[in-house]
Design a protein around this ligand. Structure first.
Ligand SMILES: NC(=O)C1=CN([C@@H]2O[C@H](COP(=O)(O)OP(=O)(O)OC[C@H]3O[C@@H](n4cnc5c(N)ncnc54)[C@H](OP(=O)(O)O)[C@@H]3O)[C@@H](O)[C@H]2O)C=CC1
Ligand SMILES: Cc1cn([C@H]2C[C@H](O)[C@@H](COP(=O)(O)OP(=O)(O)O[C@H]3O[C@@H](C)C(=O)[C@@H](O)[C@H]3O)O2)c(=O)[nH]c1=O
Ligand SMILES: [Mg+2]
Length: 281
């Protein structure tokens, strides 16, 4: 089967390319031009599509809503309609930020959504458009993505940890860090399964285990990287940002395991792989 992924430079897209997936970048298909994305699908001979491109700057989105909506909301809709027209499945990646983060329990895929900011709201619009398109689809919500490439919390911590010996990090936001490699593997498995069984269409969750706070994640990053940095827990109220983040980002991944045989990956193993890749001479 031949897979085509939107996104080329991103964390997940780079890992998809490593798995042999053909990736298409901004120059060939710009998601700010949804029709161009649809045209690209009409012309491709791929028999399943993965959308790994998105507007992911959570704080910047607060002041760039129109662009975030086009890229995260409208383009996935156009992509999904083009997939429906060809009868090929779409795996579309979404986020824990579609939830409001209330409570302590892991969110099931059918739990009511209530995004706290523009990024989450526009990603939810993309989900809704994919669900309405009639395409065979899997919407894969993941969280706290890290890899050796691009911008992510692991790389931010390594950069700050090289400059300082103490940091304050929020300890009241809890979620599952997820390696981009594991997400790419899940996307490929799901695309293949959907191709032979359209009835698997639906919304699924996939995040690394165990759930932790950002502060605890930071401590493990420094320990594994051999850096001596003191991490002090702070509440989110002591780290003001333009966009509000959910406190509870726990995702109930049971349906992904039952439907596709994909278990939650241990992020600590994924972290060791990523650190080894970053530190490789
Ligand atoms: N990062 C995270 O922590 C999380 C991400 N997700 C979701 O996972 C998916 C993959 O995220 P991730 O790999 O981290 O993303 P990155 O931020 O690493 O990369 C985003 C990708 O989208 C591309 N892109 C952005 N705007 C456009 C555009 N207008 N036209 C074409 N391409 C564009 C970027 O290309 P370019 O380099 O040209 O800008 C880049 O390849 C996304 O759907 C995201 O919402 C979900 C949960 C957590
Ligand atoms: C750098 C830093 C961040 N923080 C906090 C801010 C924030 O609450 C948390 C994580 O910071 P980030 O900027 O990496 O978070 P953010 O960019 O919001 O990460 C999110 O990205 C989008 C795309 C998603 O879909 C989400 O799943 C999630 O991964 O850590 C500190 O407390 N101290 C620090 O020194
Ligand atoms: Mg960020």
């Amino acid at each position: 089967m031949s897979l085509l992924a939107f996104g080329q430079t991103g964390q997940v897209a780079k890992e998809l390319a490593r798995l042999g997936v053909q990736t298409v970048g901004r120059a060939e298909a710009d998601l700010s031009d949804p029709q161009a994305c649809a045209d690209f699908i009409a012309a491709t001979d791929a028999n399943a599509i993965i959308n790994a491109a998105a507007y992911t700057a959570v704080d910047r989105a607060e002041t760039e809503e129109a662009l975030a909506q086009t890229v995260n909301g409208d383009a996935p809709g156009a992509i999904a309609l083009a997939c429906a027209a060809k009868g090929i499945p779409l795996v579309h990646i979404s986020t824990d930020y579609v939830f409001n983060g209330a409570g302590q329990a892991p969110f099931a895929p059918d739990h009511p959504t209530a995004p706290l900011g523009v990024y989450g709201r526009t990603k939810l619009a993309g989900e809704d458009a994919v669900r309405a398109s009639g395409a065979a689809h899997a919407i894969l919500r993941t969280s706290w993505v890290f890899s050796a490439h691009g911008a992510n919390f692991v790389k931010t911590m390594l950069r700050l940890g090289a400059e300082r010996d103490a940091l304050t990090v929020v300890a009241d936001q809890i979620g599952g860090p997820t390696s981009a490699r594991a997400i790419a593997m899940a996307c490929v498995t799901m695309a293949k399964a959907l191709q032979s069984d359209h009835s698997k269409s639906g919304t699924y969750h996939f995040s690394g285990a165990p759930d932790v706070s950002w502060a605890e994640f930071a401590r493990v990053i420094f320990k594994e990287a051999g850096l001596s940095v003191l991490v002090t827990d702070i509440p989110s109220s002591d780290y003001p940002t333009p966009a509000k983040r959910p406190l509870n980002s726990r995702l109930d991944c049971a349906a992904t395991s039952a439907g596709f045989g994909i278990a939650r990956p241990d992020w600590r193993a994924g972290l060791r792989d990523v650190l080894a890749e970053i530190q490789k001479p």
